[in-house]
Design a protein. Structure first.
Length: 66
């Protein structure tokens, strides 16, 4: 589900939409941590390069697998 941000009117993904978004990030990054000192394929998560609280959007360009 996509919900507008209460104060800014921007988009934040939730629920199944965010899970699909995460999967696309993992697939793009070959299911591997993108930290140069780590090549783990376990316990992965999506990290926002610029904090979601500042950018106000979930975008592929702003996310990386860690």
């Amino acid at each position: 589900m996509i919900r507008p941000h209460p104060k800014l009117g921007t988009v934040k993904l939730t629920g199944i939409d965010y899970i699909k978004f995460q999967r696309k990030i993992f697939e793009r990054d070959n299911w591997t941590c993108q930290n140069p000192n780590c090549k783990s394929r376990k316990n992965l998560s999506v990290h926002h390069r610029i904090k979601r609280s500042k950018l106000r959007l979930d975008t592929h360009e702003n996310c990386i697998t860690i």
